[in-house]
Design a protein around this ligand. Structure first.
Ligand code: PGA
Length: 245
């Protein structure tokens, strides 16, 4: 089974209206349809529509856009929140769900993550479900148990034939410069693949991915791409990672 490699950029709460456009334009200028991977940009929600417009205008056949989070309800009195149908109405195709910053800074628990996953599907967005253990959990030897629990809780009732991407992002590796070794990442991806049963799902690695480590990570048999934070904020380094794919 060949799974198309995905290289995704999570811009988090960085860029502004001007620099988001500039960054998207510079990335698009460096892409060619000959590349075999798929590229997904996750700008801050406020700039998703502008980036969608730039991607459509570039006629890139490998690039698309997603939101970084969504509310689990489709509409209502939830000041400041964004619903799946609103994100989808901009032309976005994807949405991150359960990113560690949502789980650990904003308190999204497994049940909320599961509801958000269902909301994404109702809106016609393909979810990228993020899972990952914290350092204390790794030190306690609980890494596989933690990510398996996160995965199973989120996928409870999730249709088997629904497209899904999973991102394994060990919390201790996010934004710390401390990347999981390719061997450790492969071991975790293989455990996640087993927990996914027969589902045909791409599993991305995220956590301090850089041009220098991207090729080796993506060379592992169960690593189907990367979710890049810091190194996606410069077009040059993100394009180097794309070429490494
Ligand atoms: P990082 O972030 O590449 O800056 O570690 C990855 C992520 O949080 O998705």
């Amino acid at each position: 089974m060949t799974r198309r490699v995905m290289v995704a950029a999570n811009w988090k709460m960085h860029t502004d209206a001007g620099s988001a456009r500039d960054l998207a334009s510079s990335v698009l200028a460096g892409l060619s349809d000959e590349l075999s991977c798929e590229v997904v940009l996750f700008p801050p929600a406020l700039f998703v529509e502008a980036v969608v417009t730039l991607v459509s205008g570039s006629q890139s056949r490998i690039c698309s856009v997603g939101g970084q989070d969504l509310h689990h309800e489709d509409k209502g009195a939830f000041t400041g929140a964004l619903a799946g149908p609103q994100i989808a109405s901009t032309g976005a195709r994807w949405v991150l769900v359960g990113h560690s910053e949502r789980r650990h800074v904003f308190g999204d628990d497994d049940a909320t993550v599961g509801r958000k996953l269902q909301a994404a599907v109702r809106a016609g967005l393909t979810p990228v479900l993020c899972v990952g253990e914290q350092l204390a959990e790794r030190d306690a030897g609980e890494s596989v148990a933690v990510v398996t629990r996160q995965l199973e809780a989120a996928l409870d009732g999730f249709p088997v034939d629904q497209e899904l991407v999973v991102a394994y992002e060990p919390v201790w590796a996010i934004g710390t410069g401390r990347t999981a070794s390719p061997e450790l990442a492969q071991e975790m991806h293989s455990a996640l693949r087993a927990a996914l049963g027969g589902r045909d799902v791409r599993i991305l690695y995220g956590g301090s991915v850089k041009p220098a480590n991207a090729a080796e990570l993506m060379g592992q048999p169960d690593i189907d791409g990367v979710l890049v934070g810091g190194a996606s904020l410069q077009a040059d380094s993100f394009l180097q990672i794309i070429r490494a794919a």
